[in-house]
Design a protein around this ligand. Structure first.
Ligand code: NAP
Length: 456
């Protein structure tokens, strides 16, 4: 069987080689995850949530060491990797504090006059297929609510970050999870299908591209397994009214450059009213292109490399397609080194026949559109196959809220860039997926909400 080679995106050098899981590993993992489930679900909620608290404490204690692996494997700035880990501390603590309330019985009215209660039960082994862009946040967002509810998890992390993937498993075991309650595997895509097909696996949660979501959801459908999809986005930021363009441009530039432009819900399309357009383009371009790519471990790096040379090549092709068809490009410094660096860039005059009009740009490239009026801005925002997040800038909050109501997305931020927290539901509509993570919604996705009806 071939091996996984991890290329450090900042240097272009092969850093490590890992074996894929064998078929025997997969069989063993399914056995262990199922037998762990039978034990784990009998633990009291207080015992389970203590493990989550222990996990949070371990991440807090070992933050520097963990962040170093993240930055080396996928290229985000070391400071940002440490920042990402705050989620891996806050999310377990949030579910430890709130799981009792979220899993409590719900009394229901009954048409027969009897007593009806919806009681929440775990369901079994859940598979998580995870991306490299937030190697800890995404996994924790999936695994923690499931573990709190009494499910066990098998995780197929991205091939980009096998070392992070293995370290997460070690931290969970050290935190006190029984063997088999969290299992990290390195399966091929074909082996993912084998895992989903196993009758002991009750569902699959995917965070990744549309292609991965579609392929895995098809398999899940074939085997009648529930699927949750957190896929790509091309989030519109609507700039409709402001008396502080510098601040709006700042929020927008930060939204685009965050995680080197590789966030599913980063601001990607900036839709600006005609009267504000020139000022926005000038100030936004100045602020965005001031970010310079560099070594993720250098304190002065504005942002890191993209995850791989292939990702940088794909983005270059999307930009080239736009400029060859008449788009205007403004770019910042390219950065040096052998890595997968890409300059912060702004594309204007983008039209529907260009790839940049409809595709997700997964890197530091912003598209700015001009809108005639608010109705046109909303139309442009909704003219996308994606529907993950959005932001609206308007001084009148009533107008902003009314615009937010009309956007076909799962999350809208008003007068600020996105900034999720453990208590806020995360997810999208359209090709951005379905289902919600985090908050009370997140723990409800893979449980059995069983009706128990007692006679009057
Ligand atoms: P990706 O290629 O889809 O990879 C994500 C995961 O899916 C990886 O573990 C990958 O494994 C696996 N995978 C891909 N195709 C598969 C298949 N046919 N069968 C089984 N597993 C498969 O995505 P990516 O390029 O790493 O991540 C970027 C995308 O994820 C962007 O579109 C981004 O917007 C989206 N994303 C969405 C969210 C959200 O919450 N909505 C969050 C983060 C990222 P290998 O690595 O082994 O190929």
């Amino acid at each position: 069987m071939s091996t996984i080679t991890v290329i450090n995106p900042a240097t272009g050098q092969a850093d490590a080689h890992w074996d894929y899981s064998t078929d025997a590993h997969i069989t063993d993992a399914l056995d262990r995850a199922d037998s762990a489930y039978r034990e784990w679900r009998t633990w009291s909620l207080a015992e389970r949530t203590q493990v989550l608290r222990n996990f949070a404490a371990l991440v807090e204690e070992r933050r520097e060491e963990i962040a170093e692996v993240i930055s080396r494997e996928m290229g985000k700035r070391f400071a940002d990797a440490k920042g990402e880990l705050q989620y891996a501390i806050d999310i377990p603590r949030y579910y430890a504090d709130n799981a009792e309330e979220f899993l409590a019985d719900e009394a229901r009215e009954s048409n027969t006059g009897g007593r009806a209660v919806v009681r929440k039960f775990s369901t079994g082994v859940i598979l998580g297929v995870m991306p490299w862009n937030y190697p800890y946040y995404q996994v924790v967002r999936f695994a923690i609510p499931n573990l709190a509810a009494g499910n066990t998890v098998i995780v197929k992390h991205a091939s980009q970050n096998p070392e992070s993937a293995e370290l997460i498993e070690k931290l969970f075991l050290e935190a006190g999870l029984p063997d088999g309650a969290y299992i990290n595997l390195r399966p091929s895509h074909a082996q993912v299908e084998t895992i989903i097909a196993d009758p002991r696996v009750q569902g699959v949660s995917v965070t990744g591209s549309e292609a991965a979501g579609s392929a895995i959801a098809a398999t899940a459908g074939k085997h009648l397994k529930k699927v949750l999809l957190e896929l790509g986005g091309s989030d519109p930021y609507l700039v409709l009214d402001t008396d502080d363009m510098a601040s709006v441009a700042f929020h927008c530039a930060k939204a685009r450059i965050s995680n080197s432009g590789q966030s599913c819900n980063g601001g990607k399309r900036f839709i600006v009213l005609d009267a504000l357009y020139d000022d926005f383009v000038e100030q936004f371009t100045e602020q965005l292109t001031a970010f310079t790519p560099g070594d993720p471990f250098a304190e002065d790096a504005g942002f890191g490399p993209l995850s791989s040379a292939a990702a940088a090549q794909e983005l270059a092709e999307q930009v080239e397609d736009a400029t060859s068809k008449g788009a205007t490009l403004r770019q910042g410094e390219t950065g040096d080194g052998q890595g997968a660096f890409f300059p912060a860039s702004v594309l204007t005059d983008v039209t529907p026949e260009m790839r940049a009009y409809s595709e997700e740009l997964f890197g530091p490239v912003a598209v700015v559109h001009r809108a005639r009026d608010i109705a046109h801005a909303v139309d442009l925002a909704n003219e996308s196959r994606f529907g993950l997040g959005a932001a609206v800038f308007h001084r009148d909050l009533a107008v902003a809220e009314e615009v937010a109501n009309r956007l076909e997305v799962g999350m809208v931020w008003v007068n600020e860039r996105e900034g999720g927290g453990p208590m806020l539901p995360f997810g999208g509509v359209k090709a951005s997926g379905f289902g919600r993570e985090l908050g009370p919604d997140g723990i409800g996705e893979f449980i059995n909400r069983k009706l128990i009806h007692l006679p009057a």
